[in-house]
Design a protein around this ligand. Sequence first.
Ligand SMILES: [Zn+2]
Ligand SMILES: [Zn+2]
Length: 224
Amino acid sequence: MISEEQLAQLIAQKVAEELLAFRRCEECVKNRGRQLPDNLIPIGVSARHMHISQEDLEILFGKGYQLTKERDLYQPGEFASAEVVQVVGPKGSLRVRILGPTRKQTQVEISRTDCITIGVDAPYKYPGDLKGAAPITIVGPKGAIYKECAIIQARHIHTPPEDAARMGIKDGDLVSVKVAGERGVIFTNVLVRVSEKYLLQMHLDTDDANAAGVNCNNLAELVK
Ligand SMILES: [Zn+2]
Ligand SMILES: [Zn+2]
């Protein structure tokens, strides 16, 4: 049985998580298309989330289920869905939102802090690489799956070809990016990903963002 105090704590924590995630994403989308001086890159903070295949979505939510779009994300076509699952490890569980649209592979992206909280040792991986991903249980309203799909997403920059050319970087480069301010940090080994589909943005997870004291409203400087 859960005590009233524990319940109150749990509710407060969940409400705070939701408000924070929502505020960050709204700021991002409003900043689309702003003109920036050379070498400045908008920061996008990725709170824990998951991508899901249609097959796994149907196991968790039922046959024929479709994701419900709740809000657009900064990168065109990407959206936060209304669907939330529990991701369970040996020491605890986390509430994780599904981002759409559905993809070929299911992938859970959590921070190092999240890993410690639930007792999972997920590897640090660049986008698209799930080799060695940690096994994890994902629980939805209609079913559960257990698969090797938990990773810590490595720092990366999304950029369209024009911005990449302007900054002198190319797809696959590993660059350094500086965040100014009183907790200023230089992030090394930031992977550059170039595509026509992207808007210029650096993705940091919450551990990196909190270490540097930044959120989605901030800018980073490419230092190479
Ligand atoms: Zn992701
Ligand atoms: Zn990204």
